[in-house]
Ligand binder design. Structure first.
Ligand SMILES: O=P(O)(O)OC[C@H]1O[C@](O)(CO)[C@@H](O)[C@@H]1O
Length: 545
């Protein structure tokens, strides 16, 4: 395609538009009776089993979607990503999170340089450091082992690591490695989050990891200063060297903050924040909690999907199929939302993480060349683990609106329970719901007959993660947008800077609120008035719980 042309001007897009009318006349119940169709809508790779037969699509739809992919040069776009081209053109950067989990001997170039050795240097450094902390050869300022970790970070410097931590918390092997240790995440600038994080912790035995790609994010830096004060007021300023380390691409600012660059773990501008869980962003805190060997397994799983995404033909390529179906649902069937429904409590933080990966990536109104899009891109992602969601928002999906759902099932529970006298194990009970709900949605009242279907096979978080990352990429490539920048978010940040300046000026010099619209001026003024009697407290006076 020419650089300013849009995918909606291509014949495959127009064909799909026309085809939508036929599909709308078809009931999913009838589509589900076509065994041949259903069989061809099941794909398996390395322990993952995808069944997309409950999508409102026929084999003809899928064929037309492949043609759309061709028109969007999807294969070439994927190749460009893997070969380190600057596909994040607005920021003039490669997009190479796949290099973070590549095997040691892989070659992945960015700007003519193989980045894999750099990746492994950092991984080796993390392995070494986390082992020292875990075995007590790296101790705190008073000689005590550091058994608790607070990771400070927000957005991509928080959600991915939190998702993996939540998934590992009940994994029997990981639990053994984590004995006697705690990992907490401090994200919100709300002082309540600080209070909750330090509750019950002793600075003497706490290691703080400041995680920020830019090392400029206002919330993270204030939280970092707050915990620096918490440590130095208790143990003296020199204790910071033993109790604070950093993960960042900006090592200059790390040093300026007062963290020894030797205790900083680097990553690179070719890693987007929301794609950074496999960099030191996730690997460091998780290795401190569970040991590097557990985290390495995670990287290997993601790498397996990376290879699959790069090389599998589209009809067997799980992220490509997921991406094309999402485009179909959003841009052709007009369904703006998507529910992510893992039937696994261990995946409780998966939907919030994917929310950022997907919505910050593809929530765009212009094409990569700056042309306003005459079609919707991105979707509203939300979700909860089953069965909890069933008792919350499922009713609307059953009878209110059509919302495409990702049902994610796990074959083996991390913590199997089978009570004597019960008909099924607790996990079977969970999975009964997993099998029932998609059919209840597809068929209405005939769900009972379909409970016997075996939809899912073994599924593990690292593969799930990489598959979803690549799905977002596929959608972005087809929609012709840049999935790797986030200018909307940047606008919010600069407006917050203006507000911060105003609050400071009003509080310290009684300057009136100016330069904002009527509504914001009113609200700011009222806020300043109502909070004027709150005394300034040094961070050391934060409540100790
Ligand atoms: O890691 P940093 O630089 O602190 O940024 C945190 C988050 O802020 C954003 O830039 C915008 O919210 C995200 O993309 C990023 O994950």
């Amino acid at each position: 395609m020419a650089s300013t042309s849009l995918i909606c001007d291509t014949q495959p897009w127009k064909d799909l538009k026309a085809h939508t009318e036929d599909i709308k006349k078809t009931h999913l119940r009838d589509l589900m009776n076509d065994k041949e169709r259903c069989e061809s809508m099941m794909v398996e790779f390395d322990g993952m089993f995808l069944d997309y037969s409950r999508q409102c699509a026929t084999l003809e739809t899928i064929d037309k979607l492949y043609k759309l992919a061709e028109a969007a040069s999807l294969k070439q776009q994927i190749n460009r990503m893997y070969s380190g081209e600057h596909i994040n053109s607005t920021e003039n950067r490669s997009v190479l999170h796949v290099a973070l989990r590549a095997p040691r001997d892989a070659v992945i170039n960015s700007d003519g340089k193989n980045v894999v050795p750099d990746v492994w240097n950092v991984l080796d450094k993390i392995k070494d450091f986390s082992e020292k902390v875990r075995n007590g050869s790296w101790v705190g300022a008073t000689g005590k082992p550091l058994k608790d970790v607070i990771a400070i970070g927000i957005g991509g410097s928080f959600l991915g690591p939190l998702f993996v931590h939540a998934a590992l918390q009940t994994d029997p092997e990981a639990v053994e490695f984590a004995k006697g240790r705690q990992l907490r995440f401090l994200a919100n600038v709300d002082p309540i989050d600080v209070a909750r994080n330090i509750a019950g912790l002793n600075p003497e035995t706490t290691l703080v990891v400041v995680v920020s790609k830019t090392f400029t994010t206002a919330e993270t830096m204030l939280n970092a200063r707050t915990l620096r004060e918490w440590i130095s007021s208790a143990l003296g300023p020199s204790a910071v060297a033993k109790h604070m380390v950093a993960v960042s691409t900006n090592l200059t600012l790390v040093e300026k903050f007062g963290i020894d660059p030797n205790n900083a773990f680097a990553f690179w501008d070719w890693v987007g924040g929301r794609y950074s869980v496999c960099s030191a962003v996730g690997v460091l805190p998780l290795s401190l909690q569970y040991g590097f060997s557990i985290v390495e397994k995670f990287l290997k799983g993601a790498s397996s999907i990376d290879e699959h995404f790069r090389s599998a033909p589209f009809e067997k390529n799980i992220p490509v199929l997921l991406g094309l179906l999402s485009v179909w649902n959003v841009s052709f069937l007009g369904y703006p939302a998507r529910a992510i429904l893992p039937y696994s409590q261990a995946l409780e933080k998966f939907a919030p993480h994917i929310q950022q990966v997907s919505m910050e990536s593809n929530g765009k109104g212009v094409s990569i060349d700056g042309v306003p899009l005459p079609y919707e891109a991105g979707e509203i992602d939300f979700g909860e683990p089953g069965t909890n969601g069933q008792h919350s928002f499922y009713q609307l999906i059953h009878q209110g609106r059509v919302i495409p759902c990702d049902f994610i099932g796990i074959v083996k529970s991390q913590q199997p329970v089978y009570l004597k006298g019960e008909v099924v194990s607790n996990h079977d009970e969970l999975m009964s719901n997993f099998f029932a709900q998609p059919d209840a949605l597809a068929y209405g009242k005939t769900a009972e007959q379909l409970l016997k279907e075996n939809v899912s096979q073994h599924l593990i978080p690292h593969k799930l993660l990489a598959s979803y990352e690549h799905r977002v990429t596929v959608e972005g490539f087809v929609w012709g947008i840049n999935s790797f920048d986030q200018w909307g978010v940047e606008l919010g940040k600069s407006l917050a800077t203006q507000v911060r300046k105003q609050l400071n000026a009003s509080r310290t010099k009684s300057e009136p609120v100016e330069g904002f619209n009527f509504s914001t001026t009113t609200l700011l003024t009222r806020y300043l008035q109502a909070s004027s009697d709150i005394p300034a407290e040094p961070p050391t006076l934060l409540p100790r719980i």
